[in-house]
Write a protein that binds this ligand. Structure first.
Ligand code: BGC
Length: 278
């Protein structure tokens, strides 16, 4: 991107001077969101797990290439102490946090009769409890810091990564669908609770986005065709399709949006099987 466009983006979204934590930032939607926030001027914390250092460095370098600052931090979102420590390290280094993108998530499906309690708990822990722990830490920091009118109209912004499967039941993925259904009501409840403090909480419900999480659903031409039949807009989504919405929700351009879920899914949640049927 040339300098002028990069500068225009910064001015439009006004994220310069804001600090954003993105969980699960080394791949897929998290990676694209971290880079897009950096491109829009934010200082970005690239949260990741041990063993993902190389990927984290790549994301950091991509953000720095846009002239923004990035810091990679290891924190498992299911661990209360590690989440607290990530926020502490961020505040120690950059003074505060303005944006949380609660993105980290996994998929580990099975037929109900085969799903282990461990599988159920792990997916609920990462995809739902992880968002609770990070949102709680973010709200505590926003409230501690207080308003900074020259930085943002909101005290803080939380973007929860949900899925079309917060609405669409998904056979063989009971743990994932239950977690995303939980994210939907967690997000709206927090939005209701925190709006008087001027903390905005919104969600994005991505459809089929080209990321490692759904590689197994795109193995053959036949699978891709079957997937495309579920997407009225006729293409698989790209991580940037979601990242662009993250940047908007993090910025003051969305200042009156709270408790909203943006379906970024090419129409997947519009019951496409009903076109000309039913
Ligand atoms: C899942 C993907 C899936 C998409 C649409 C997402 O939440 O993580 O694996 O392709 O929903 O079904």
């Amino acid at each position: 991107m040339d300098d002028e466009r990069a500068i225009a983006l910064r001015l439009a979204f006004g994220l310069a001077g804001q600090v954003a934590i993105v969980t699960g930032a080394t791949s897929g939607i998290g990676r694209a969101s971290a880079i897009a926030l950096g491109r829009a001027g934010a200082t970005v914390i690239v949260d990741h797990l041990p063993g993902q250092e190389r990927e984290a460095r790549e994301v950091q370098a991509a953000i720095e290439a846009y002239g923004s600052t990035a810091l990679a931090i290891v924190a498992d979102v299911t661990d209360e102490g590690q989440v607290a420590s990530m926020f502490e390290q961020t505040v120690a280094r950059f003074g505060t946090v303005h944006v949380l993108v609660a993105n980290a998530g996994v998929q580990d499906g099975a037929r109900l009769q085969d799903m282990t309690l461990e599988q159920w708990r792990r997916v609920l822990d990462i995809n739902l409890t992880g968002q609770f722990l990070c949102a709680r830490a973010a709200a505590r920091e926003f409230l501690r810091r207080g308003m900074q009118p020259s930085v943002s109209r909101a005290l803080g912004k939380i973007v929860c990564m949900s899925s079309v499967h917060e609405r669409i039941p998904w056979a063989f993925e009971a743990n994932y669908a239950a977690a995303k259904g939980g994210v939907s009501l967690l997000m709206r409840t927090l939005a209701q609770e925190l709006a008087p403090a001027r903390i905005r909480v919104n969600a994005i419900a991505p459809g089929a986005i080209r990321t490692p999480i759904n590689l197994g659903q795109r193995d053959s031409e036949a699978e891709i065709e079957a997937l495309l039949r579920l997407i009225p807009y006729g293409r698989i989504g790209e991580p940037d399709d979601v990242a662009n919405a993250v940047v908007w929700l993090a910025s003051d351009l969305s200042d009156y949006a709270t408790g909203a879920t943006l379906f970024i899914d090419g129409g997947m949640a519009l019951y496409p099987a009903f076109r000309g049927a039913g």
